[in-house]
Design a protein around this ligand. Structure first.
Ligand SMILES: Nc1ncnc2c1ncn2[C@@H]1O[C@H](COP(=O)(O)OP(=O)(O)OP(=O)(O)O)[C@@H](O)[C@H]1O
Ligand SMILES: [Mg+2]
Length: 476
């Protein structure tokens, strides 16, 4: 259908609404797209260059970007990457010249929503635009719903916008009002106690005590008297009777941390409380009844302990009614900048400073680091940086060496004391090339492009450095 036919076509559907940014250097293309899309009820802005387009994205919110592949300043793929780095959801339709399907395929691999080829068919283009805008709207609505849910359940002190954390917030929101036992699993420092507190705070028990017990840090007999209390004379040092934490937590929640390290005898007693809500003081003769919700946490896989005979299977099933699996921080990298912001604010306040920012070059290594100590480790790094920061911004020198990787270059010589500088440089080059090839799914053309070197040069280096091509990309 011709353009004119579309423009005079009676509008059968209501205005679609939505805002679109066109990034294209050809005035003719911009104008015809503007006319077409504005007629359809979209609000449209245009930019001639990639940089101008990015600047507009900073100023306004758009539902969709129509992005030309060949721009005068930077290539469309680079602009696409920049857009993706800012907004992983924004719909981007690439405009490619006829006969350059290759480019279109690459753009799709790099996160474009769709592509259209010049010259386009107006009907098809409008259908693609409608679909992309609608999808973006649905995604936004989902985000809002999730945010509303998060707010409803009062998780404001828990930071997380990664999909995995949003799922956890949903789950926590659902299980909090029940009385069910919850098992929270996750590496050290992932926020297990924080989640346990959120469950308690969002339950009907919130005005009763939340009692954390680190079951891993105490010898078995002390742990038992702590949990269940004792009568006077129950053991030599029991000079008076004492309430146990299960009584202290009556009406509320007890949080049994590091449950995997508990002795088999204590496990049996905990099982009894879970089954009957009954227990006895050490040395006592009367059974006591309590109304306590149990939340347990572990950083050891309890199923493995069950298999090894170190954890009671029946207790495992009692605890494992609802499981919350907290992912390690390295698997939710997108949360790192948010957590950094959260802790900068927290520690600036605590230290009586105006809110301190972080320089982009200081944030980058934090995003690349593997965080074996998870959120707790990140929290400590930011606390240190805020305390030592003299100005308004945390700079790279305030980030610990092992995170930035400073000094690691010289260490290469420690590992290979006999190697010359040339051999070490070759080693580095080999590693760089292999890592880029892996990133590009072993597509040499893509890797050469990312390195800004000709494909032939890359191939020579691959040969000279004896790099074995594991899996060839489709175009090589
Ligand atoms: N999502 C989060 N948002 C904000 N702060 C967090 C988050 N996760 C963890 N923290 C903070 O990180 C620190 C460690 O969290 P927490 O004590 O809950 O972890 P844990 O899994 O119980 O660790 P461990 O296994 O070492 O006991 C706490 O100061 C907590 O407030
Ligand atoms: Mg803990």
């Amino acid at each position: 259908m011709s353009e004119a036919a579309v423009l005079t076509r009676p509008r059968t559907d209501v205005s679609h609404g939505g805002s679109i940014l066109i990034i294209d250097d050809e005035a003719g293309i911009r104008e015809s797209l503007e006319t077409l899309l504005e007629f359809e009820g979209y609000s449209v802005e245009s930019a001639e260059t990639g940089e101008d387009g990015l600047a507009r994205l900073n100023e306004h919110t758009f539902d969709l970007v129509l992005l030309d592949f060949a721009l005068p300043d930077r290539n469309g793929l680079e602009i696409l990457a920049d857009i993706r780095a800012r907004d992983s959801q924004l719909a981007v339709i690439m405009i490619t010249a006829y006969g350059t399907l290759d480019n279109a395929v690459r753009a799709m691999q790099k996160g474009a929503t769709n592509f259209i080829q010049k010259p386009w068919d107006n009907e098809k283009l409008l259908a693609d635009v409608r679909a992309a805008v609608a999808r973006r709207r649905v995604e936004e609505e989902n985000e809002q719903l999730k945010r509303a849910l998060k707010e409803r359940y009062n998780f404001e002190h828990i930071v997380g916008k990664s999909d995995s954390m949003l799922k956890i917030f949903d789950l926590v929101g659902q299980v909090a009002p029940s009385r069910s036992t919850v098992l929270i699993q996750g590496e050290s420092g992932t926020g297990k106690e924080l989640i346990a507190k959120a469950i308690h705070a969002n339950s009907a028990r919130k005005n009763h005590p939340f009692v954390p017990v680190n079951t891993g840090s105490m010898p078995a007999d002390l742990l038992e008297s702590t949990l269940f209390g004792h009568v006077k004379g129950a053991f030599t040092s029991a000079i008076s009777s004492k309430k146990g934490l299960f009584e202290v937590a009556d009406g509320g929640t007890i949080f049994l941390d590091e449950i995997g390290t508990m002795s088999m005898e204590t496990q049996a007693k905990i099982l009894r409380v879970l089954q009957d809500r009954k227990f006895m003081h050490l040395g006592g003769i009367h059974e006591l009844q309590v109304d306590v919700r149990v939340i347990a946490a572990t950083n050891i896989d309890l199923q493995v302990l069950v298999r090894e005979g170190k954890f009671r299977e029946d207790l495992f099933y009692r605890l494992n009614v609802i499981t919350v699996d907290l992912p390690p921080l390295r698997n939710r990298g997108e949360d790192v900048p948010r957590l950094v912001g959260h802790f900068l604010e927290k520690f600036s306040r605590e230290n009586g400073k105006a809110i301190i920012n972080i320089a982009p070059e200081a944030l980058r290594p934090l995003m690349d680091y593997s965080w074996p100590g998870n959120v707790r480790e990140l929290e400590n790094v930011i606390e240190r940086a805020v305390v030592l920061c003299n100005g308004p911004t945390v700079s790279l020198d305030l980030i610990p060496d092992h995170i930035v990787g400073r000094g690691s270059e010289a260490k290469m010589f420690e590992h290979r004391p006999d190697a010359s500088l040339f051999e070490i440089v070759e080693d580095c080059e080999r590693r760089l090339i292999v890592s880029m090839l892996e990133k590009c799914s072993w597509n040499q053309t893509d890797a050469a492009e990312r390195f800004h070197i000709p494909l032939s040069t890359l191939n020579q280096k691959i040969k000279r450095l004896n790099i074995e091509i594991r899996k060839k990309g489709s175009k090589d």
